[in-house]
Design a protein around this ligand. Structure first.
Ligand SMILES: Nc1ncnc2c1ncn2[C@@H]1O[C@H](COP(=O)(O)OP(=O)(O)OP(=O)(O)O)[C@@H](O)[C@H]1O
Ligand SMILES: [Mg+2]
Length: 485
């Protein structure tokens, strides 16, 4: 299908190009070359005519020049007239005889311009090119004294007649039709060549396209392992590689999606089974005391909250990953943000007698560029984690400082720490280190944090030792107020 279309298009393309070029070249040849030939021919005729004219001119009034030695071509018509336009000599035509009148108008032109050229003059029903030149008296063997006196008085070259040579134009016309015939042959040759060429070329064009097309169909069917091996030109090769990459990307996205759904369903099952279990106990009236009833209702409440929290996070994460959330980048003070966030989490920390100490090392407003609300979310997440994994009566330290063009924030706790082998995975979705302890955790917090920080073009680092504690650091570009010049 593809190949046939390409063959036809290439064929049409090559043929139309050839036809246009041939046509232009034909116009050029017939118009330009024809007038060129005509000009050359006229020059030759003029040279011949001049020779004869010189002969006659030198031998004054003797019109019997040695014509046959001068004229090359037997077909040429020669007519020599005296100054009264009477024919003195004629050769090559029966139309004019000795003593006939010829070229009255030409003689006038010759006297004025010294030469005459005439195309399309019919002589003996033949189209001819005619050239006429004057015969100028240069004779020295003067018979008549008066004549000489006259000459000297006038001091002007005296025109005593004219030589005309005409040549049939048939030959040039024949050349023209020969050119046309030649073009016809070239055209036929070009059509044959174009057919062969377009067939060969289209094969090399269409083969990779067919391969790519088939691969695209396979990918569309969900067969992401499809690869294309191309040996053709660079551009098409690049297209093939792009397709291969596309397949890889799609396969990766597909895997992420599958994992995500599997994880979500798995994570949601646990709170749901709690909800179901305790609701059933309540409905069956199996709660023995009022206290038990209260306890079960509390569990149901907590699990519902956890479920809601998890669904909110999942929603946010998936929106962020699909690029739906636009960052609202503005300058803001990190100092203010940290103080406010600490105030916000203070009740949770103080419940377990954990104190949060904030240290602004650079001691300024630490104005940076970013989405303030999302950065607040980052800090809250990190603080929640720090509190969750701290021991009672621990301290949590927050350091913030300016270094070069960056504002750094580090949150340190002296809690349980993270095992070295888990560190590479803590930013993955649903990853929690200690599953049994994870009633309050869905493992999404750090995935969201990482996502927000990297969408700011920044990075987050972690440093942790089991039993000693953990430190998370991230940075944002410092805001530099542009000075108005
Ligand atoms: N400060 C910390 N100290 C020790 N372990 C931590 C700390 N912060 C994170 N972790 C470990 O990394 C895991 C992933 O953290 P993350 O914030 O992504 O999830 P989470 O806190 O378990 O759940 P949530 O989605 O509610 O935040 C945690 O389960 C925990 O095991
Ligand atoms: Mg967390």
């Amino acid at each position: 299908m593809i190949r046939n279309k390409i063959v036809v298009r290439l064929w049409i393309g090559i043929i139309s190009m050839t036809v246009v070029l041939l046509f232009l070249s034909m116009i050029f040849q017939t118009r330009f070359l024809y007038s060129f030939y005509l000009n050359e021919e006229a020059k030759q005729l003029e040279r011949d005519a001049q020779k004869i004219a010189r002969y006659i001119g030198a031998s004054k009034y003797n019109f019997s020049a040695p014509y046959s030695t001068v004229i090359r071509r037997v077909n040429d018509i020669i007519i020599v007239t005296n100054k009264d336009t009477r024919i003195e000599f004629v050769r090559g035509t029966d139309e004019y005889k000795h003593n006939n009148v010829f070229g009255t108008l030409f003689m006038k032109a010759i006297k004025e311009e010294g030469i005459v050229r005439e195309r399309n003059l019919m002589i003996g029903n033949m189209d001819t090119l005619l050239v006429g030149v004057p015969i100028i008296n240069r004779g020295t063997n003067v018979k008549n004294n008066n004549q000489m006196l006259n000459d000297e008085q006038n001091k002007q070259p005296q025109i005593i007649g004219a030589v005309y040579i005409a040549t049939p134009l048939q030959k040039l016309e024949t050349t023209n039709s020969a050119i046309r015939l030649q073009f016809l042959y070239i055209l036929i040759g070009a059509i044959i060549l174009a057919s062969i060429l377009s067939f060969i070329l289209s094969n090399s064009f269409s083969k990779p396209l067919i391969l790519i097309n088939n691969a695209a169909k396979e990918i569309a069917k969900g067969n992401y392992n499809t690869t294309i091996n191309l040996k053709s030109s660079e551009e098409i090769k690049v297209l093939g590689e792009t397709m291969n990459n596309l397949a890889k990307q799609l396969s990766r996205v597909e895997k992420i999606k599958r994992d995500f759904i599997a994880n979500v369903s798995h994570e949601i099952r646990t709170p749901l089974s709690y909800l179901q279990g305790y609701t059933e106990i309540m409905l069956d009236g199996l709660a023995e005391t009022k206290e038990d009833e209260q306890k079960y209702l509390n569990i149901i409440m907590e699990e519902s909250i956890r479920l809601k929290h998890m669904v909110d996070e999942i929603l946010q994460l998936s929106q962020m990953e699909e690029g739906y959330i636009q960052l609202n980048i503005n300058p803001f003070s990190m100092d203010t943000l940290l103080k406010r966030t600490i105030d916000k989490v203070y009740p949770i920390a103080s419940k377990r007698n954990i104190s949060i100490k904030y240290n602004n090392i650079s001691d300024d407003m630490l104005v940076c560029l970013g989405d303030e609300n999302r950065i607040k979310q980052v800090v809250i997440n990190m603080l929640h984690n720090a509190i969750k994994h701290s021991y009672n009566y621990n301290n949590i330290l927050i350091n913030s400082y300016r270094q070069n063009d960056r504002i750094y924030v580090c949150i340190r706790d002296y809690g349980e720490g993270i095992p070295q082998e888990d560190i590479p995975f803590i930013f993955d979705r649903f990853y929690t280190v200690n599953k049994s302890k994870s009633e309050e955790s869905s493992g999404l917090g750090l995935a969201i944090v990482k996502n927000i920080v990297s969408s700011h073009g920044s990075d987050i680092t972690v440093n942790s030792t089991v039993g000693e504690g953990t430190e998370f650091c991230f940075w944002l570009p410092a805001y530099v107020e542009k000075s108005i010049v």
